[in-house]
Design a protein around this ligand. Structure first.
Ligand code: CUA
Length: 343
């Protein structure tokens, strides 16, 4: 029988050490992701860079404090460890000088962190000069973008010109969501009955991924978004494309059949297609097929995915407000043919 006072047996010690090594290596590897599109440590644009600069400063201060404290603790443990020849040390209570010192030093450190923190907060809150203004509306489970001055409505994919700030006004249509494109700037809650503002700006063209970061229901994980930072001329082209009228399919085609079904099946009650319908429950579909993905940026925009979606929306995206319309295979074919014309 084991003596309860005996040290841990070697086999158990080895197992514990192995677990620590495996978990440690796992965490280390997780930090080495090659493809990490939502990496706040690779900031893009002035605001994200400011936030990252503040993070770096606080991180290194915290790292310095950690090292000093740990070195001190280890030194004291070793220096004053119990030895048989040592008598019990003198017992003392209180040391005014020491206590003032360890109150003043942390207060100074906190002050050193507070000044740049407040400075950054105020800088981020400033209204930018000559921005593109976009009202972002969170819905269960997709994002609506209303370009206030450009009179364009989009969904899930935010287009922005490189080098120009985008001033986002955040609102919610239902529950609390949170808007975040990690590489472009801070995240902000999107609350019903409350308006918040945040500025994003990209210095380089590219695609920046983001997502809703407040649990908002069954498909919270399927409430993604992406931002396309484009050259000003590409952005202008996108705006003018979005302003064109919706395509009208030639009569006798599958797409024309699809347009008829779009009305007959009640799609018009929830979706806007300029010149066809004015529904406001789901995304504006006028230029649906100009997007790269749909359903909260969850599925790539392909005919097969649209088929899968129309077959049973809540089945592939739990909690989706779009119901299963019980469409037949040929109805789905015609509807997809129509949706493909909405470029
Ligand atoms: Cu919207 Cu989570």
């Amino acid at each position: 029988m084991l003596n309860p006072m005996s040290p841990t047996p070697p086999s158990r010690r080895h197992r514990r050490a192995l677990i620590v090594v495996v978990v440690g290596l796992g965490l280390l590897l997780a930090g080495c992701a090659q493809h990490a599109p939502q990496d706040t440590l690779r900031p893009e644009g002035p605001n994200a860079t400011k936030i990252n600069g503040l993070f770096d400063l606080v991180f290194w201060i915290a790292a310095g404090v950690f090292v000093l404290v740990e070195v001190g603790v280890v030194y004291l443990i070793v220096r004053y460890r119990h030895r048989d020849e040592n008598p019990e040390p003198v017992q003392v209570h209180g040391n005014t000088r020491l206590e003032i010192t360890w109150a003043v030093i942390p207060a100074l450190i906190l002050l050193g962190v507070a000044v740049p923190t407040f400075k950054t907060i105020f800088e981020l809150a400033k209204k930018p000069k000559d921005p593109i203004r976009v009202t972002v509306i969170g819905h269960q489970f997709w994002w609506e973008y209303q370009y206030t001055d450009l009179h364009v409505t989009a969904a899930n994919e935010l287009h922005m010109p490189v080098g120009r700030p985008v001033y986002l006004t955040l609102k919610s249509d239902d529950v609390i969501h949170s808007f975040w494109v990690p590489r472009l700037g801070g995240k902000h809650d999107v609350e019903p009955g409350r308006v918040s503002r945040i500025t994003y700006e990209a210095s380089h063209a590219g695609t920046y991924l983001g997502q809703c970061v407040e649990f908002c229901g069954l498909s919270h994980a399927n409430m993604r978004l992406r931002a396309f930072a484009q050259s000003p001329s590409d952005f202008d082209q996108w705006v003018s494309d979005q302003k064109t009228a919706a395509a009208t399919p030639a009569s006798g085609t599958q797409a024309a059949e699809g347009l008829t079904l779009f009305g007959a099946k009640g799609c018009t009650g929830c979706h806007t297609v300029e010149g066809v319908s004015t529904g406001k429950v789901g995304p504006n579909l006028t230029h649906l097929y100009s997007r790269t993905a749909f359903a909260g940026d969850t599925f790539d925009m392909t005919p097969d995915n649209l088929r899968m979606w129309l077959h049973d929306p809540p089945g592939v995206k739990p909690g989706s407000k779009m119901p299963n319309l019980g469409l037949s295979g040929s109805e789905i074919t015609n509807l997809v043919a129509y949706l493909e014309t909405l470029k």
